[in-house]
Design a protein around this ligand. Sequence first.
Ligand code: FAD
Length: 385
Amino acid sequence: MTSAVVVGAGIGGLAAAVALARRGWSVTVLERAAALEPVGAGIALAPNALRALDALGVGDGVRGRARLSGEVGLRRPDGRWVVRTDASAAVERLGDTAVVLHRSQLVDLLAAALPEGALRLGVGVTSVAPGEPGGSQALVTTTRDGELAADLVVAADGIDSAVRRALFPSHPAPTYTGVTAWRFVAPAPADGVAPAETWGRGSIVGLTPLADGRVYCYLTAVLPEGTRFDDDPAELRRRFADWHAPIPELLARVEPGAVLHHDLRWLATPLPRFDVGRVALVGDAAHAMPPNLGQGGCQALEDAVVLAASLGDTVSAAGLAAYTTARLPRTTRIARMSAQVGAPSAWTSPAAVALRGLGVRLAGRFAGPLMERRLRDVVGWQPPV
Ligand SMILES: Cc1cc2nc3c(=O)[nH]c(=O)nc-3n(C[C@H](O)[C@H](O)[C@H](O)COP(=O)(O)OP(=O)(O)OC[C@H]3O[C@@H](n4cnc5c(N)ncnc54)[C@H](O)[C@@H]3O)c2cc1C
């Protein structure tokens, strides 16, 4: 039986392990954390991700959790709408539904699809010897379980991937976008929440209702890298005090331990390839991107499906090269597009913000088809047959 060791049990690692196990591989997933995704945030899954999840056998479980519907749009901090559209109509034009759910639900569904005993929590990987397709096996050294040999190592260890650093030592590290982001999930206010993004000077607030009656909220600010606050909810209440309802109301109720705070970074220089020896990189380890298009996790799911399809039931140099060929240009294109669309949200000068509002309206009226074509390329992906 062909064997794989997967480093990291985020979305990318779990999905890769499920994809390989479905093709008859023996899989071991090593996760250094003691638990899976303990703190809450939501995740948006576009139609391409849902098709990848179908290929992994868990698409229906995810679709059942939430459906983006009703009016969605862009607002000003005073609550006025800049652009408003019907979510179901937009989704239909793009070919399938989109889903927003709690991250832990996605992670739990993927983990439940793993073979029994495949997941080992609290085991970190400290080094990887990549081996050679057709020659020696790959070898990983772990913090707890000694050395493990495998036909394939999947590096799914996230944006700060130690495996990537070891395999590409001179490659530029991820760079800061200039924007920092907070995320939390809170109970919805009594009269509900309209799904929307609100763009102010250098800040965005996104609100999305979840199927379980809660609201997923993300907030951004332009700050020097590494800026941290003792009390994130207090800082957010101060920054967004005069933004439209229900933003202050949601912030009033959030607990300090429930807020995630991350500087947004990305791999601005793409890797030369996603495979080295018997190692394949997936997800943020391979192509961390800014979250503006909500595609980082979606692309990790695509990686998993394409990696398993490229390899079949064995590890070959040709299969690994086919994986890189299928994934590198697409993820590079999407990462750059994500960086481009996010840039105006970080503008802070009042004149630039006014122009941005005008630009968004004009784009809505005249440049819709162009943006839609680019988005169709992103979300129209189909799994390999
Ligand atoms: C603010 C924000 C919003 C986002 N919104 C969306 C969205 O709506 N939709 C979307 O598709 N994407 C979104 N993303 C992107 C998405 O979160 C990531 O692309 C995705 O989580 C990457 O998954 P991954 O499995 O590659 O990496 P990770 O989720 O980072 O998982 C890596 C795992 O590897 C483990 N690990 C690391 N090193 C080791 C080691 N040495 N040994 C063992 N284990 C190790 C870590 O503990 C971790 O569990 C967003 C990102 C941010 C920051």
